[in-house]
Design a protein around this ligand. Structure first.
Ligand SMILES: Nc1nc2c(c(=O)[nH]1)N[C@H]1C(S)=C(S)[C@@H](COP(=O)(O)O)O[C@H]1N2
Ligand SMILES: [Mo]
Length: 253
């Protein structure tokens, strides 16, 4: 069996490993060789990164000349409430990024601490399902780096991004991605945009860039990243604010 895992295979369940990924490994028990080879959680934490990196194509990166002069903000442009306002007017001094859930080391990082981590800059195209796209330059830390710091536990299958903005119906925005997207080299937690600090309208102080997915997956105003095994207990159980309202959870381009 080839070790190359592609998302299509996982989605179509074309391999026993794919089935295992999708079904929480229910298929595994009846398939002893696969079980021996792939307790996926273990497998991922030990070797997954190399495997995933080798299998995942990169999206196109553009040159500085391609950056859109006007990158429209969308969705929340300024979270309601005094708490956010106070943070934003004090350079996010009291903001922390918390990483918890199924991790060995719970992290709580200030913006200053976060900005000292190794950075990656990428110029990519953002596409919103409402029918517009724009090119921006993003600076941030690879999510994989932060996840290595926190140490994912073998049961972890998804990352849930808890955001600071409340939507019109009172629910807080949230999103989630699987470990394929989490360990993709272009998946970053961005604090910079077009050479400046990330503007409030674009998600300050920190937003997700998950480049192979459509706009609403790119959670802005992140306060907490929770590693989980299942998505059921969040919102209406479909993995994100917009997925709960009928949008696809998997929104790959
Ligand atoms: N917290 C939060 N994240 C969010 C949204 C939002 O309303 N709140 N809107 C989403 C949508 S639909 C899009 S297209 C992008 C817009 O990012 P931008 O404001 O930088 O253009 O953010 C996504 N992330
Ligand atoms: Mo969007």
């Amino acid at each position: 069996m080839s070790l190359r895992i592609t998302r299509r295979r996982v989605l179509t369940g074309g391999t026993a490993l794919g089935m295992g990924l999708l079904t929480g490994c229910d298929g595994r028990a009846s398939d002893a060789p696969i079980q021996r080879l792939f307790d996926f959680g273990q497998f991922l934490s030990l070797h997954g990164q190399r495997l995933l990196l080798s299998a995942q194509p990169l999206v196109r990166e553009y040159s500085p000349a391609d950056i859109s002069p006007d990158f429209p903000p969308n969705g929340t442009e300024m979270p309601d409430g005094e708490d956010y306002f106070r943070m934003a007017t004090s350079e996010f001094a009291s903001w922390r990024l918390v990483i918890d859930g199924l991790v060995r080391n719970r992290l709580s990082l200030s913006l200053g601490e976060f900005k000292k981590l190794p950075a990656r800059t990428q110029i990519t195209m953002h596409s919103c399902d409402e029918g517009w796209s724009a090119i921006g330059q993003w600076k941030g830390v690879q999510l994989s780096h932060v996840l290595r710091m926190a140490g994912l536990m073998p049961q972890a299958r998804y990352l849930v991004f808890h955001c600071l903005d409340q939507m019109d119906d009172g629910e807080f925005y949230y999103e989630s991605i699987d470990l394929f997207d989490a360990f993709h080299p272009q998946t970053i937690l961005a604090y910079g945009m077009n050479g400046h600090d990330l503007p409030v309208a674009h998600g300050a102080p920190l937003r997700l860039r998950v480049e192979r997915q459509i706009g609403y997956k790119h959670a802005k105003y992140i306060a907490r990243i929770e590693a989980v095994e299942k998505l059921e207990r969040f919102g209406l159980g479909r993995g994100g604010y917009w997925p709960d309202r009928g949008y696809q959870w998997y929104a790959g381009l």
